[in-house]
Design a protein around this ligand. Structure first.
Ligand code: SF4
Length: 312
């Protein structure tokens, strides 16, 4: 197999583009795809500084790497979620990545604040991923605002977007369909524009890019992801993709060009401000402040179980 660009020996085949590439050409093509998405959707300009949400996984580190290689000014933002060994490894990989490349990284340690994801889930009796999602959204917005960033980039790839779209369509979540876009403009003075420059590249391409670029990322999945509906949707889409290469890209691309505008009327109006933290909210308190208050109240009421040997 020969590289489509330079005719050298190919190292990777990209079936949905019906093409194969050698290592240098694949890296170039990947970065060009990212650049094209940024320009097509006017995500940001070369003059803006981008806050990149980095988990320590392949997608976010590949995104950060590609943005640097494309010449953008970036700062990383990492949330240490407090999910045991998984979080420790994720934080270590992220810090190492930033350190080796002399990049600025902001880290928020939720465990040190007593607000680790397992703590939130235990005290509220909600699924870990629900409390994690609320926390991530709030902390990303808060850190972007407090550090003066107008743009927040996340590493969502084509597989993520296709799986999310499938879930939203299956359940006709029109509010979510209205918001499913590679760019979400700010609707509040404290809200940064949210962008997904990897939305056109697959998880496979991102993994290959990370490997070719020598990026050391956390390989294990979060233990809370076991049995997640999102993974089921991804699996279903992968099976379709195997027999019909290009399905994921067509599904997402055609939704954005012809389907999504039909749902725009279902979009939420502009949010007000949370009475407690001042961040965007659709009620008196934002969902994060409500979550936090619930945890803090229950922590105050919580009595540790008595030891069997205390004799009473
Ligand atoms: Fe958070 Fe759930 Fe993702 Fe784990 S799987 S990082 S708990 S959203």
């Amino acid at each position: 197999m020969k590289c489509k660009r330079c005719r050298a020996k190919a190292e990777v085949q990209v079936r949905h583009h019906n093409a194969a590439f050698c290592r240098p050409c694949f890296i170039l093509v990947f970065q060009r795809q990212v650049q094209r998405s940024i320009e097509k959707h006017r995500m940001f300009t070369a003059q803006e500084e981008i806050l990149v949400a980095v988990s320590g996984g392949k997608d976010s580190l590949a995104l950060w790497d590609a943005l640097i290689e494309l010449g953008y000014r970036t700062t990383g933002l990492h949330l240490a979620l407090g999910i045991g060994e998984y979080s420790h490894v994720s934080t270590t990989k992220t810090v190492d990545f930033a350190h080796r490349r002399h990049l600025r990284l902001i880290t928020v340690d939720l465990e040190a604040q007593g607000l680790a994801v397992p703590t939130l889930a235990r005290f509220t009796k909600r699924p870990a991923c629900a409390t994690c999602g609320t926390t991530k959204r709030h902390e990303f917005d808060r850190m972007a605002f407090e550090n003066g960033f107008k743009v927040l980039a996340t590493g969502h790839n084509l597989d993520d977007e296709a799986a999310r779209l499938l879930g939203n369509v299956l359940h006709w979540q029109v509010h979510y369909l209205a918001k499913q876009s590679p760019v979400l403009e700010s609707t509040h003075e404290r809200l940064a524009r949210k962008v997904k420059p990897l939305y056109r590249v697959t998880e496979y391409e991102t993994a290959v890019y990370a490997f070719f670029r020598g990026i050391d990322y956390v390989v294990d999945e979060c233990p809370n992801s076991v049995g997640a509906t999102q993974l089921m949707y991804k699996d279903t889409l992968n099976r379709l993709e195997a027999v019909m290469p290009g399905t994921k890209l067509t599904f997402v691309r055609d939704f954005l060009t012809s389907g999504q505008p039909a749902f725009s009327a279902a979009a939420d109006g502009a949010p007000q401000s949370c009475d407690a933290c001042g961040m965007p909210s659709f009620g008196t308190l934002c969902s994060y402040c409500r979550l936090r208050r619930e945890v803090e109240t229950k922590q105050l009421m919580w009595q540790p179980p008595r030891a069997a040997s205390d004799g009473r």
